[in-house]
Design a protein around this ligand. Structure first.
Ligand code: CP
Length: 341
C-alpha cells in the first residue's frame, strides 16, 4: 500500500503556522498524506516507526480536548516521544516568559512544538526564536490550521470533492479562528463560502476575505451543501457585550434544528468543530443525526495531525541525529510507505 502520495513533494515547510500562507498544493499534500495514514488506524497494531527518535512537545496555554489528545496520539502512532506541558502548573506562574519557556522545552530535545495560545501570532513569535518546528494548534481568534484541514478532509470524503460546493459557516464568526482558517482553505479549493450569523458576530469585513455575508440563515440554507456550526465563543466575548438577547433566540434564528433540516438539501453535511453547545448551535437530534459528520471530523483530525507531523519532521527536513534513525532501521529520505511496518 502506498502511504506516501506523490503530492507530498509539494511540501517544503518547517512550520505550520496558518492556512493563509499555504498553497492549494500544500494543503492537498496534507490531505493526501492523511488519507494514507488513515489506514494505519484501522490496523490491529496502530503504529509505524516513521518518527522514531523524534520528540513532540504539546505546549498548550489554553484548554483543549480534541487537538491536544489527537496530536499526542498522532505522535505516538508515528513512534515519536511525546510530552504534554501544563501551563497551569508550570513556572509561568513564577514569571518565566513564553519564549524562555519554549527555549527550555527545546533544550530537552524537542523537535516539534505544538502550540496553542490565546494571543494571535504567538506560534509565529516562537518560530523566530527556536529551532524546532512549530505547529499552530490555535492562536486566539486568528487561525486553527489543522482544524480547517480536518474539516476539508471530512468534506472531501463525504462529498467526493470540495470545488463547487457551497459551505455555510454559521454562528460566531467574529471570535472564531476556525472560521478564518476554513475561509482561507475553502477559497483555495474553489468552494463558495457564506458566513452567517447575527450582525454582532459577523463583521461585514469578512467580505474582504472573499465570502458572502448573510444574517438570515433561512434565506441561505437551501443553497448550502455543508453547514459548519461554529461554537459561540462565550470565553472570548467581553463582559457587558451581549451579542444576542438570549440563547433560545439564537437557537431560533441560527441553530440547526430538525425543522431546518427539512428545508435543507437532503444530503446537507453537518460539521461542528467542537466542543458543541447542545441546544445552542445545534440540537442533539441534528448533532447525532444521519447528516452529522462531527465524530468523523475527530477521527479525520488524528490522520491530519499524523500527516502534519510526518511532513514537518519526518521526511523533508533531515534530523540532526539521522544516524540514530539508521540504527533503528529507518533510511532518511525514504517514504512513509518504507517507514510503515
Ligand atoms: N476543535 C478543537 O480545537 O477542539 P479542542 O479545543 O477541544 O482542541
Amino acid at each position: 500500500m502506498n502511504l506516501a502520495p506523490a503530492s507530498t513533494k509539494a511540501w517544503h515547510r518547517k512550520h505550520l503556522l496558518g492556512i493563509e500562507e499555504l498553497t492549494r498544493e500544500e494543503c492537498a499534500a496534507i490531505l493526501d498524506t492523511a488519507d494514507s495514514f488513515s489506514e494505519i488506524s484501522s490496523r490491529s497494531r496502530k503504529k509505524v516507526p516513521a518518527l522514531q527518535g523524534r520528540v513532540v512537545f504539546n505546549l498548550f496555554f489554553e484548554n483543549s480536548t480534541r487537538t491536544r489528545t489527537s496530536f499526542s496520539l498522532a505522535a505516538k502512532r508515528l513512534s515519536a516521544d511525546t510530552q504534554d506541558f501544563s501551563a497551569a502548573t508550570s513556572s509561568l506562574s513564577k514569571g518565566e516568559s513564553f519564549i524562555d519557556t519554549a527555549k527550555n522545552i527545546e533544550a530537552m530535545g524537542a523537535d516539534v512544538l505544538v502550540v496553542r495560545h490565546s494571543t494571535p501570532g504567538a506560534p509565529h513569535l516562537l518560530a523566530q526564536h527556536v529551532k524546532a518546528s512549530i505547529i499552530n494548534a490555535g492562536d486566539g481568534a486568528h487561525e486553527h490550521p489543522t482544524q480547517a484541514l480536518l474539516d476539508l478532509l471530512t468534506i472531501r470524503r463525504a462529498k467526493g470533492k470540495i470545488e463547487g460546493l457551497t459551505v455555510g459557516l454559521v454562528g460566531d464568526i467574529a471570535h472564531s479562528r476556525v472560521a478564518r482558517s476554513n475561509i482561507h482553505a475553502l477559497n483555495k479549493f474553489g468552494a463558495h463560502v457564506i458566513v452567517c450569523g447575527p450582525p454582532t458576530l459577523v463583521p461585514r469585513s469578512m467580505e474582504r476575505l472573499g465570502c458572502e455575508v448573510a444574517h438570515h440563515l433561512d434565506d441561505v440554507l437551501p443553497r448550502l451543501d455543508v453547514v459548519n456550526a461554529l461554537r459561540i465563543q462565550f470565553e472570548r466575548i467581553h463582559k457587558g457585550f451581549i451579542p444576542f438577547p438570549s440563547v433560545s433566540e439564537y437557537l431560533h434564528f441560527y441553530g440547526m434544528t430538525i425543522e431546518r433540516m427539512r428545508v435543507a438539501k437532503p444530503d446537507l453535511l453537518i460539521l461542528a468543530p467542537g466542543p458543541i453547545n447542545r441546544g445552542v448551535e445545534l440540537t442533539p437530534e441534528v448533532a447525532d443525526g444521519p447528516n452529522s459528520a462531527i465524530l468523523d471530523q475527530v477521527t479525520n483530525g488524528l490522520a491530519v495531525r499524523m500527516a502534519v507531523l510526518y511532513l514537518l519532521s519526518g521526511r523533508t527536513h533531515p534530523h540532526p541525529h539521522e544516524h540514530e534513525a539508521h540504527a533503528a532501521g529507518i533510511k532518511p529520505g525514504r517514504t512513509a510507505e518504507h517507514h510503515a511496518e
